[in-house]
Ligand binder design. Structure first.
Ligand code: UT7
Length: 333
């Protein structure tokens, strides 16, 4: 039997309405708009108020399903599986995917989370593509969603300036040969586990007065080391995914890197020698939205009408774990 090919047939995003600017942050920690802009490229980010990760996931998921219905006649009842990639789940269990599944009214549809920090969407594309190409499922809703601000230490100026909330979702189905997810490369190195983490709240360090007092339920990061790792790993992953797809950098129409720091994006773009017009960067408005950053950036080119059937897209991400990965996608609608 010929191999099946899986691609995106619907896309939707959701952002909470509350905006937190660098000027707001100036009033919270010892920082400045100028420092944040120069060192990260971020001007503002969205922050949840009452909503939580599963709310954002369900809202983005619904929009992706509507898009898939209008553009590709996919019905909600076609959905066979819900996957939520998140680093900020509502709870350890039940999974955020189960909570979003209920909010979406997808009764009895299997649902699970994947935890690959900011690379969750890259990992999710591989899982969804494999399950479709193997014939196990036909229609998968893959969502990257984060209320990561709930895990941000608003007293730590080195991390609180970086993150923002949001969600992006794709509906995936079988597509024609030569379209959809053409290649993927994933990697991990647990040796870097201490560089970026939320130390407490799991089985290793359950919640206690001590963990709360020492602020161990918040994101801790060695920014300089993560920066160096990021530049090298996303360069390597990009090269490997392109090789697997049999493509050159110049074949790529849009380069969508995980939006963590504008300086990281610029350094990788320089190493890859990619035309700056092809780089999608929306970090100025949203900061680092972890698993949501790639679908949010993808949606920007999709809605603007720039993305055309047949375009080659290279997406690449990195995050705590350490994890990293890249996917080459050929747009199919
Ligand atoms: O998806 C998650 C992945 N995470 C990342 O990608 C983060 C990667 N790392 C980074 O983006 C950067 O390392 C940061 C933006 C976090 C920091 O930028 P940096 O250029 O690496 O700064 P640094 O950590 O080397 O700190 C330089 C100085 C320090 O002061 P001293 O020790 O030189 O006096 C910091 O204390 O900047 C200080 N600093 C700040 N100053 C004003 C750190 N944060 C701030 C701040 N405002 N918010």
């Amino acid at each position: 039997m010929a191999k099946r090919h899986a691609g995106i047939v619907g896309l939707g995003t959701y952002l909470p309405s509350r905006i937190l600017t660098n000027f707001d942050l100036e009033k919270m920690v010892s920082t400045s708009n100028q420092w944040i802009l120069e060192r990260t490229g971020i001007a503002e980010r969205r922050i949840v108020d009452k909503e939580t990760t599963s709310d954002l996931a369900a809202k983005a998921g619904l929009r992706a399903l509507n898009d898939a219905k209008v553009k590709n006649k996919v019905r909600k009842k076609d959905v066979d599986l819900v996957i939520v990639a998140t680093a900020s789940p509502d709870m350890i269990f039940p999974s955020t995917a189960c909570l979003a599944q209920e909010k979406l009214g997808l009764k009895n549809v299997p649902a699970f989370d994947i935890l690959a920090a900011c690379s969750g969407f890259s990992y999710g594309l591989v899982i969804a593509e494999s399950l479709i190409s193997s014939g196990i499922y036909r229609t998968i809703l893959l969502i990257g969603a984060e209320a990561i601000s709930r895990f941000v230490d608003w007293q730590d100026r080195s991390t609180c300036i970086l993150f923002g909330d949001g969600a992006g979702a794709v509906v995936m189905q079988e597509t024609e040969e030569g379209y959809g997810v053409l290649s993927s490369y994933l990697a991990a190195d647990g040796g870097g586990k201490d560089l970026l983490k939320i130390p407490a709240g799991g089985a290793f360090k359950p919640a206690s007065f001590d963990t709360v007092e020492r602020r161990l339920h918040y994101i801790k990061m060695n920014g300089r080391e993560v920066f160096k790792f990021a530049v090298q790993s996303i360069f390597d992953a990009s090269v490997k995914a392109l090789e697997l797809a049999g493509l050159k950098v110049s074949d790529i129409d849009f380069f969508i890197p995980h939006q963590a720091n504008k300086r990281i994006i610029d350094s990788v773009a320089k190493k890859l020698k990619i035309d700056s017009k092809k780089i999608i960067c929306n970090i100025y408005n949203y900061g680092n939205t972890s698993t949501a950053s790639i679908p949010l950036a993808l949606e920007e080119i999709y809605r603007s009408g720039k993305l055309q059937r047949g375009d080659f897209i290279l997406t690449v991400s990195f995050g705590g774990g350490l994890v990293w990965g890249a996917n080459v996608i050929r747009w199919s609608y």
